[in-house]
Design a binder for this molecule. Sequence first.
Ligand code: MLT
Length: 245
Amino acid sequence: MPRESVAGGIAIIVDVLRASTTIVTALEAGATFVKPVVEVEEAQRLRSSSGESWLLGGERGGIQIPGFDLGNSPAEYCRSAVDGRGIVMTTTNGTLAIERCLAAEMILVGSFLNRNAVAREAVLLASNQGIDEIHLVCAGTNGYKTEEDFLGAGSIIHAGVSESSRNHLLDSESEKASTEFFRVVDGSSDAQSQLVESFRQSLGGRNLIELGMESDLILAAAMDQCCLVPCLCSKTGRLVSFDTL
Ligand code: MLT
């Protein structure tokens, strides 16, 4: 994705398995901020400059980076581990996607956990600030599109765009994402299990199953668990809850 394609718009970063789910979970559990960085060395340098008070989190190849406090499983970012702490995070795809969107007017983080809240906030911001475009940016895996991010983007579109506006507001890819999400969960009394089933077939899901981290699929499929919307503060480069900005 060319960096300039999001310039002036709102970018919602979607890395359902797992960076965006984990960032939402961390802030919801009381972390004061998540500072996303691309390189491991940069994360280590920032932590040292904090007098070792910030936590280091992230993965390479899905596995916790040696010397880091936390990996990239949302389960690790519980209140007892992160409440009141700043976190420097680097992941293979998610934090890279954030860095690639720095030309956007505003960067938000979306997942199934906060899909309604992030959709609402983005639509409101766009209308209050006269911003014309909202971009759903799927992080993917190592340059490949992944089904779980496509579904995540579709669920946010589904939450944010009314049925009647769909035809004239959405490009064909967004329309497809929204329809695909609807197809997966429609008519199901148990949307979470349907999603987990779809994750199992997806590239990101298969990788996590191979690593023995299948339980993260269930956490990532917990729709509408919270109202928190992570937003990148342009002054500090930190992700914080939108309402504290
Ligand atoms: C990433 O940001 O690259 C992913 O979330 C990868 C992972 O969690 O394994």
